[in-house]
Design a protein around this ligand. Structure first.
Ligand SMILES: *Cc1c(COP(=O)(O)O)cnc(C)c1O
Length: 338
């Protein structure tokens, strides 16, 4: 697509040529079919509209240095959607079906995969919803699995800049034994208010603490939290944290770089002791955290000088990006070349 200004694309919805769909009806998944229609039609009584039978995924396709298209850990996204679907009593697509849908829809929209070197990528959004009419409170028996794609711009247009974060003790993203560990739209619905309040106060992201004690760190906005201290990569282990594939990958790379990986309860009182802190997820890989404001103590914890990413965050970010772009070897088979 010659006319596309790849470097200045944001993260807005944009129609592409095709999406791919399959319905689960009469106890089985129908064939995946490509569609040019960006709308879906369903009963107003569909279970996704009333009782939250909805989950989704997010991953990216990259144009590598060699010009080939790469998917990053697509099998992990498939497995996570299966676990989300099972918790929400929905029919899950198989790993094979999920992967086939992603491959087909990316290839069908190949002209939207941004060129290597632009920093842009093709964002892939798999979605699973209950479409059967269901007013009695039970799971429905008809589901739609749909995957659409859109080109998105580079996350860091002006370099790898740290963000300001505020601790939120007034809202919980997820309950201790609730749905925090699955990628359900409902979790996002429940977290919009704290995100909006944070934004109004000038903080692009909020830090959630564990719902029962307000003592441990849970997540940073819709991303996992990690920190670096004394040769360790430290990240919260909690049932209400979404198992981030980026975090899983960073833990492996951290270990390979000689860092010790600590996945455990992380107390909020540890925040001032960290050398670096960051949020991680598919969208940005790493968002370095420059400072964290705690409204309870009225104190701000600053990492470095607050305006520059720390050295380990830089190293980890580049190591992961290089694998995604085919600039360095892929020793763990994370990449699927189309
Ligand atoms: C999707 C998501 C993440 C990041 O997961 P990745 O697999 O790394 O993209 C982190 N936290 C929440 C709440 C999420 O929904």
């Amino acid at each position: 697509m010659e006319h596309m200004d790849w470097g200045n694309l944001g993260f807005g919805y944009r129609k592409t040529d095709y999406n791919i769909r399959s319905y689960f009806r009469n106890g089985k998944w129908e064939e995946l079919t490509l569609s040019t229609d960006e709308n879906i039609s369903m009963s107003m009584a569909a279970s996704c509209l009333h009782y939250g039978q909805e989950c989704f995924e997010g991953l990216k396709a990259f144009r590598g240095k060699d010009g080939r298209i790469r998917l990053f850990r697509v099998d992990e996204n498939a497995k996570r959607m299966i676990s989300s679907a099972e918790y929400l009593c929905m029919a899950p697509p198989s790993v094979e079906m999920f992967t086939e849908a992603v491959k087909k829809v990316v290839l069908a929209n190949e002209r939207f995969v941004p060129p290597y070197g632009t920093g842009a990528s093709l964002y892939i959004r798999p979605l699973l919803i209950g479409t059967g009419p269901q007013i009695g409170v039970h799971p429905t028996d008809e589901y739609l699995f749909i995957v659409f794609v859109m080109p998105v711009g580079p996350y860091y247009k002006e370099g790898f800049h740290p963000i300001k974060v505020i601790i939120d003790r007034d809202h919980d993203r997820a309950a201790p034994l609730g749905t925090g560990h699955i990628k359900a739209g409902g979790n996002y619905g429940a977290s919009l208010i704290s995100g909006e309040i944070g934004h109004e106060k000038g903080y692009p992201s909020v830090l959630y603490l564990d719902a029962s004690h307000k003592k441990y760190i849970d997540e940073c906005g819709a991303a996992n939290f990690f920190a670096i201290r004394n040769g360790s990569y430290i990240t919260p282990d909690s049932h209400s944290v979404l198992p981030s594939i980026t975090n899983k990958s960073l833990r492996q790379l951290a270990e390979d770089m000689g860092l010790k990986v600590e996945r455990r309860l992380v107390e909020v009182t540890e925040l001032p002791t960290f050398e670096e802190a960051g949020a991680c997820g598919t969208a940005a890989v790493i968002s370095p955290i420059g400072s964290i404001y705690d409204p309870e103590s009225n104190q701000t914890i600053v990492y470095g000088d607050g305006t520059k990413a720390g050295p380990w965050s830089e190293k980890l970010y580049h190591a992961l990006r290089q694998i995604q772009l085919g600039e360095s070897p892929d020793p763990y088979g994370w990449v699927t070349i189309l």
